[in-house]
Design a protein. Structure first.
Length: 322
């Protein structure tokens, strides 16, 4: 596929949108790729990333090897993703501490609209599809009630979290940030990105080394997960598309409990920075929330979240018609 420089700039901006989606536990980067029309190319490019590229490099040169893995496309896309994650992580951390209800209300709206979008892709409805949605909704709901089974600061646990969360990059409907949230490692991941950047900016090597170690662990887990899951998930999406979309829809319906804006803290823990953070909580009605429930503003932010997905879908439809 012949592309101009401007085409790769557009791809980088799509990467920025995917990165934004991957930072927030709402819509997935895979959903953004699906809506923006680059999903199939992304999957095929990931599948082509293997040790065989070195053989091509040796026999035919670097240019042929680079072309065989669609290197310029991947470089533009992942550069956009990296820029987005690094620039948004600090903002998300501030909002988590200072405006949690409004932030989660926005995420809640994103997921609501994403459920409708993913469910609309199901072309044929049957008893099997309905049962899949109900079963995965129940399973997902009970997962959101579970207490994280290990400390998110544990090296092996970070590897595991990176391994699981990468699903978001290769399958529409599942948010990698949301998976990290369920696993109790979301705050750790956000802090890692922020500390990595701050360590570089301030020259604090102790902060930088600790953050780099955690970042590398998450990255290694993600790379392993990418290669293990990409072919299987690609096959499922191509050969069992309706069932796969039903499973995703159910998973997202059940996940709404985790991102409900109004929570009561049941258990806390001390993180690696000596801060007290939530370990386990439960959803409560706005009327029983301990503090200012900000109900009017929360509803506004839910609507904004829904509108964001509807706008993305609208532009996606226009592109497909063009």
């Amino acid at each position: 596929m012949q592309r101009r420089f401007l085409d790769y700039v557009v791809i980088a901006f799509k990467g920025i949108a995917m990165g934004a989606a991957d930072v927030v536990p709402g819509v997935s980067g895979g959903t953004i790729a699906f809506i923006s029309g680059i999903y199939e190319e992304l999957i095929e490019s990931i599948d082509n990333l293997n040790f065989g590229v070195f053989k091509v490099w040796k026999q035919q040169g670097f240019k042929s090897a680079w072309t065989s893995i669609n290197g310029t496309f991947l470089l533009a896309l992942f550069s956009g993703i990296a820029i987005s994650i690094l620039s948004l992580a600090k903002l998300i951390k501030w909002l988590l501490h200072n405006e949690p209800i409004l932030l989660w209300a926005f995420f809640f709206g994103l997921v609501l609209a994403s459920i409708l979008y993913i469910a609309k892709q199901i072309k044929t409805w049957s008893a099997k599809i309905i049962i899949a949605i109900i079963a995965t909704s129940i399973l997902s709901y009970f997962i959101t009630l579970a207490e994280p089974f290990a400390s998110p600061d544990s090296p092996f646990y970070l590897l595991f979290c990176g391994f699981i969360a990468i699903i978001a990059m290769i399958l529409p409907g599942v948010s990698g940030a949301f998976i990290l949230l369920i696993l109790g490692a979301y705050q750790t991941a956000i802090d890692t990105v922020n500390n990595l950047r701050d360590g570089i900016m301030t020259g604090n090597m102790e902060v930088f080394k600790d953050a780099l170690f955690k970042f590398v662990l998450l990255g290694i887990g993600a790379v392993i997960g990418l290669k293990v899951f990409s072919k299987a998930l690609n096959w499922m999406f191509k050969h069992q598309k309706n069932l796969t979309l039903a499973i995703l829809t159910g998973f997202m319906i059940g996940s709404l409990n985790k991102i409900w804006p109004w929570k009561k803290v049941l258990k806390t823990r001390i993180n690696s920075e000596g801060e007290e953070v939530t370990l386990l909580d439960k959803s409560v009605l706005p009327s029983t929330y301990d503090g200012d429930n900000q109900i009017a503003l929360a509803i506004v932010f839910i609507i904004i979240g829904i509108a964001a997905i509807l706008i993305l879908e609208y532009f996606g439809r226009r592109k497909n018609k063009a």
